[in-house]
Design a binder for this molecule. Structure first.
Ligand code: ZN
Length: 138
């Protein structure tokens, strides 16, 4: 499989990518209002508190919405057709990812479909969190 474009960890996202390398879906939570959030930020997007912490999410969620890509962006042509989805994590935040392990067709992608994280290991030590139907085998 050809290499796909990969993220570059930043100071704000390093904890996430280090967790991913251990197959842990690390997201943040506010100690002030208790709300979990994604993407990584040094303050709470709900109440602006800087009293925030990282924790390991369950990796479970539901399909919130999606698009099936047939004409892929540069660097992604070898995967088309593929699914770009917004996953509503069990802890509340929405995360953009791909749904894999399923034929990319609307009849297989009902809104609310239970999903679980699965990891795609890349050569450079980056593991990408993708989602598959809950209970399916990789
Ligand atoms: Zn807060």
């Amino acid at each position: 499989m050809p290499k796909r474009p990969l993220p570059q960890p930043t100071p704000e996202t390093r904890e996430f990518w280090e967790g991913a390398s251990r197959r842990e879906l690390r997201i943040q939570r506010c100690r002030g209002c208790g709300r979990a959030y994604w993407y990584p930020r040094p303050f709470c997007p709900n109440c602006s508190s800087k009293d925030v912490e990282w924790f390991t999410a369950s990796g479970k969620g539901r399909l919130h919405t999606y698009v099936i890509v047939h004409r892929a962006a540069p660097g992604f042509q070898d995967w088309a057709p593929y699914v770009i989805a917004i996953v509503e994590l069990e802890e509340g935040p929405h995360m953009m990812s791909n749904v894999v392990g399923i034929e990319p067709a609307p009849e297989h992608l009902p809104v609310g479909l239970p999903l679980e994280v699965t990891w795609e290991q890349q050569e450079d030590g980056i593991a990408l969190p993708l989602f598959r139907p809950a209970g399916s085998t990789p």
